[in-house]
Design a protein around this ligand. Structure first.
Ligand code: ADP
Length: 263
């Protein structure tokens, strides 16, 4: 039987967690990130979660669209108010990716990887994406919103209008995953990693995000609005920047910003 998202079940499973204190659920909204931004500006607290069954205007980066079939996938946004400066915010995107990867592995056995900077891939297919948006006040984050979309029980097909091959947990594992359990597993893991980031304990996380990276060792192209940089991906540094070596053997540091990575 198809399972619906159930806010009460999720809150109960989360137990004592900052994420169970202001949990907002909508059947249908324009975009969980758009609502999160509005709520952030109205002063909603750190730890607010916005979860939806369906989005009518799901967004990716650079005004791209995030498509999702209602009632089958996971779409939610975390609103945070971390005491972090701009260059320490990007690791939050990666720890959300790691939290999702670990929760997925626990429930399906699949080994999902991070396509730097913000996508989840299984083999050569896109399984999910993270959209991070933030605002700064006096150099410190006023809010950070992390939106996560995962294809769970949807079978993306050719007519779906996606620019790259996409897949889902059901397509790859044959398992119909409980979305209520999946979001709980992700948020519980994220809460632990978030505390580690705030207290500067990032060595273990840094190892994980290199180990789970799809791009390390590969030749890539980094596409930004004004240039294309080619090189071999060497590592992802402590702040989440991608280190490349170009054809001249020079090391180049790429900040996540609004760049896209192609193989
Ligand atoms: P990119 O991966 O190109 O850097 P984004 O991370 O912003 O871009 O993701 C948006 C892109 O992801 C869209 O252009 C679309 O091709 C693709 N996409 C949208 N929805 C899905 C989905 N549910 N599953 C996989 N890919 C998707």
């Amino acid at each position: 039987m198809k399972e619906s998202l159930d806010k009460d079940i999720i809150i109960k499973e989360l137990g004592r967690s900052v994420f169970s204190s202001n949990f907002i659920f909508h059947q249908k909204i324009n975009s969980t990130n758009t609502l999160a931004k509005e709520l952030a500006l109205k002063g909603e607290p750190h730890g607010t979660i916005i979860l939806a069954e369906e989005q009518t205007a799901g967004r990716g980066r650079l005004n791209r669209k995030w498509l999702s079939q209602g009632h089958e996938n996971l779409l939610f946004t975390i609103l945070l108010r971390p005491p972090l400066s701009a260059d320490n915010i990007f690791p939050l995107t990666i720890i959300l990716a790691i939290s999702a990867i670990d929760a997925i592995n626990d429930m399906t056995g699949l080994n999902v990887l991070i396509k730097w900077p913000n996508d989840l891939y299984f083999k050569k297919k896109k399984l999910g994406g993270i959209l991070t948006e933030f605002s700064l006040k006096a150099g410190v984050a006023e809010y950070v919103i992390l939106g996560l979309g995962i294809n769970v029980n949807w079978m993306p097909g050719e007519g779906d209008g996606l620019s790259y091959p996409a897949t889902s947990l059901l397509a790859e594992s044959g398992i119909r995953v409980s979305r209520n359990r999946l979001i709980t597993g992700i948020l519980k893991r994220f809460e632990v990693s978030y505390e580690n980031v705030l207290s500067g304990k990032t060595d273990g996380l840094h190892l994980s995000w290199n180990k789970l990276s799809l791009v390390i060792g590969k030749d890539v192209e980094i596409i930004s609005p004004d240039e294309v940089i080619k090189g071999r991906a060497i590592a992802i540094d402590h702040k989440g920047a991608l280190l490349l070596k170009n054809a001249l053997g020079e090391e180049i540091k790429i900040l996540s910003g609004d760049v896209s990575l192609r193989f």
